[in-house]
Design a protein around this ligand. Structure first.
Ligand code: NAP
Length: 314
């Protein structure tokens, strides 16, 4: 363990973590930001962001995140790459364990670890991840030029991914477990207007079919008739939502029934004094870049106040 005690360690670099970093760095609080396996968070796996205020023509997700990172660095935020495996909150300062890089101490912590893509959990799925099964159209769409693809899901992400994948694919089939979509009307309308998209609604995915090397199809059941069908495709993009990343906290922070961190309503305060949360890891309801950024600002301001009130030396 190093002798340094950091006033604040921010875990996670999505819009929540980076906004907290911008505010704290600009207030001269010298935050240390730990960047995990997906620097920039979910927006780095998306295409154009059209609803982040200030960009009338839209901005690409990765560019928006790179800008936020630069902005935090400009004010002196320090970045370190690493995978946080534990934060011991039973002692003060808190002890943050980083895989393969030892431990560091922090007076306050901001948890902004976001949420990770969910999988269907059907036979064949895990076997073919990276060989036709993907949860990231932006990352993998390119590999499916002139191929047929299934997108599973009925939310905004599924609509966005289906539309994006038509840039490459010859045909995209949306498989959704209900007859009605969860996606907003504008996103649905866009997908429905796309001639390359076909629909298989009210269908349950049963099994990923492959030849040992790569995906060959998706077996589904048509719920209304009980009939089973194999849709022959080369790619399956699973777009069924996300799970908040809280496992490394070992139950030290309170969570809700879906695993999202609980904060005191209207604040970024968790149940442990000096530990704050922002972004999707604590937001089961909105899960937008702008709400994540807003909550990052709240976490930073709470953190500043905590540092001042407790006479913590910065
Ligand atoms: P979501 O809204 O939670 O939708 C998940 C979809 O996957 C639902 O249609 C759900 O079906 C389906 N699903 C979940 N578990 C499943 C399972 N085990 N098997 C089969 N299907 C399953 O998630 P999201 O689309 O990722 O969106 C997350 C949030 O981000 C939302 O608030 C969304 O509005 C927002 N978002 C916005 C934009 C945009 O505006 N540009 C783009 C992307 C995302 P049911 O409908 O039957 O539950």
């Amino acid at each position: 363990m190093t002798d340094t005690i950091y006033p604040t360690v921010i875990v996670g670099t999505g819009p929540g973590g980076l906004t907290a970093a911008i505010y704290l760095a600009r207030a001269n609080m010298q935050p240390l930001v730990i960047e995990g396996a997906e620097p920039g968070g979910q927006l780095t796996t998306t295409t154009e962001v059209e609803n982040f205020p200030g960009f009338p023509e839209g901005i690409m997700g990765p560019e928006l995140m790179a800008n936020m990172r630069k902005q935090a660095e400009r004010f002196g935020a320090q970045f370190r790459t690493g995978w946080v495996t534990n934060i011991d909150m039973s002692q003060r300062p808190f002890v943050v364990t980083i895989e393969g890089a030892g431990q560091i101490r922090a007076e306050t912590v901001i948890v902004s670890t976001g949420a990770s893509a969910k999988y269907l959990g059907i036979p064949g799925e895990a076997e073919y991840v990276g060989r036709g099964v993907s949860t990231c159209a932006t990352c993998d769409g390119f590999f499916f030029r002139n191929k047929r693809i299934v997108v599973v899901g009925g939310g905004d992400s599924a609509m966005e991914e289906a539309n994006f994948l038509t840039r490459f694919a010859s045909e995209v089939i949306v498989v959704h477990r209900r007859g009605e979509m969860r996606a907003s009307k504008i996103m649905q309308d866009r997908a429905r207007a796309n001639e390359k998209i076909r629909w298989s609604l009210d269908s349950t995915p049963l099994e990923v079919i492959g030849d040992g090397n790569s995906v060959k199809g998706l077996k589904i059941r048509h719920n209304a008739t009980g009939e089973e069908e194999i849709i022959e495709v080369d790619g399956i993009f699973v777009s069924i939502g996300h799970t908040p990343n809280t496992a490394f906290l070992d139950g030290q922070l309170k969570i809700d029934d879906l695993g999202y961190l609980l904060v005191e309503p209207g604040t970024a305060k968790t149940n442990v004094d000096g530990v704050f949360a922002c972004g999707d890891v604590q937001d089961r309801r909105y899960r937008q870049a702008i709400t994540a950024a807003g909550s990052g600002c709240m976490a930073a301001l709470e953190c500043e106040r905590y540092i001042e009130n407790n006479g913590i030396h910065v």
